[in-house]
Design a binder for this molecule. Structure first.
Ligand code: UD1
Length: 342
């Protein structure tokens, strides 16, 4: 059986992707330095997949360590690269940390892949590369222009995409799939894995579930005076399990389809724009829990509205995010309740 190396595999999206890969019969080796995740995630993965993935506690910026992993597992046929720092605010305060971690790990990984003649990489990118698309580009497809990044974190995603393109241009044996995620939410339906957070959540859904669980007194809605139907911002919330499945499709395509572009880019979203107020209402409907909230001022740097045109992923990858939003929200609530022992 083929083996996939998953960097950042104990993280939120990495752990869900590892489960989907193992359930499709792949062997998986995770490398993660546990800087923003826990070793216990391996038990959660095993509880679902029936066995633990192989694991190495290493930093992807360390060439020797990464080289050791490729030596230990000569059956690696592809890599999914999640490992990265991802807190937008922190990246503004510590840009060098973000550039060192996020750029250094990709460069090192590509060097080691080349050395071991592993030709396939899936890269975890973000819709943040589109910034605020103009009206003509909403919903946003892969041809929309890339805009100046709003944070060092966003810039690392853009630069890493360029690094991949440049290397693929120079080395025709390298195949790459760049996946631009919209807003991943929810947890595995088993509640064995989900998002683990340090400190106060910055993203909407973890703040919603923590408020519902009584950890936070109320949700603050950042602005109700945007140029949208209900005045709140619009995003494309995609179920993390649907997102994970897209990675398996991307790997399958790289392993089995010859007639593909050397570097392919896919938007991964549902195609539905959901406002903050709609999300609150849907959460209440899905869980029966009343969510206290107040409207406050806009958050600096927020995008007004962005949602995906996922047609290319639907047609080329044969993938669709089809889990109903209420089921997704129920999964997030189940996970929060498990964490808080409610
Ligand atoms: C944020 C990041 C983005 C990153 C993405 C990854 C910013 C400006 N952008 O995107 O770069 O790729 O996360 O997950 O930080 N909201 C509230 N109250 C809250 C939290 C959020 O009203 O307590 C609203 C926001 O204003 C926004 C929506 O909820 O309209 C979603 O926010 P969030 O989950 O932070 O995602 P993004 O802003 O899309």
């Amino acid at each position: 059986m083929s083996r996939i190396l998953v960097t950042g595999g104990t993280g939120y999206i990495g752990s869900h992707t590892t489960v989907e890969l193992m359930q499709k019969g792949f062997d998986v080796t995770i490398v993660d330095n546990l800087s923003n995740s826990s070793i216990d995630v391996l038990d959660g993965i095993a509880a679902i997949a029936g066995r633990k993935p192989d694991f190495a506690n290493i930093d992807c910026c360390n060439f020797m360590d990464l080289d050791g992993v490729f030596r230990q597992y000569p059956d690696i046929v592809g890599v999914i690269h999640f490992a990265a720092s991802k807190a937008v605010n922190e990246s503004v305060e510590k840009p060098l940390l973000y550039y060192r971690n996020n750029l250094g790990s990709l460069v090192t990984l590509l060097e080691v892949m080349k050395l071991h003649r592993v030709p396939n990489i899936v890269f975890s990118s973000s819709c943040t590369v589109y910034g605020q698309p103009d009206e003509a580009h909403l919903p946003v497809d892969e041809t929309a222009p890339i805009q100046t990044a709003l944070s060092p974190y966003g810039n690392t995603k853009q630069i890493n995409e360029e690094i991949i393109r440049d290397e693929a241009h120079a080395d025709k044996s390298l195949n790459a799939t760049i996946l631009r995620y919209f807003n991943p939410i929810g947890a595995h339906p088993s509640a064995c894995i989900g998002e683990l957070l340090n400190g106060v959540p910055q993203n909407l859904l973890p703040f919603v579930t923590q408020t519902a669980a009584g950890l936070r007194p109320e949700l603050k809605v950042f602005g109700n005076d945007y140029n949208t139907p209900d005045g709140s911002c619009i995003r494309d919330y995609i179920y993390v399990v649907d997102l994970a499945k897209a990675h398996v499709k991307a790997i399958d395509r790289m392993l089995n389809v010859e007639d593909r572009d050397q570097v392919e880019v896919f938007n991964l979203g549902t195609g539905n724009g959901i406002s903050v107020f709609t999300l609150i209402n849907e959460f209440e409907a899905a869980t029966g829990v009343k969510l206290p909230y107040t409207v406050v001022g806009r958050r600096e740097g927020d995008i007004e509205q962005v949602w995906a045109n996922p047609k290319k992923a639907n047609e080329v990858l044969g993938w669709k995010a089809d889990t109903p939003l209420r089921d997704v929200l129920a999964s997030a609530w189940k996970w929060e309740k498990k964490l808080r022992k409610l």
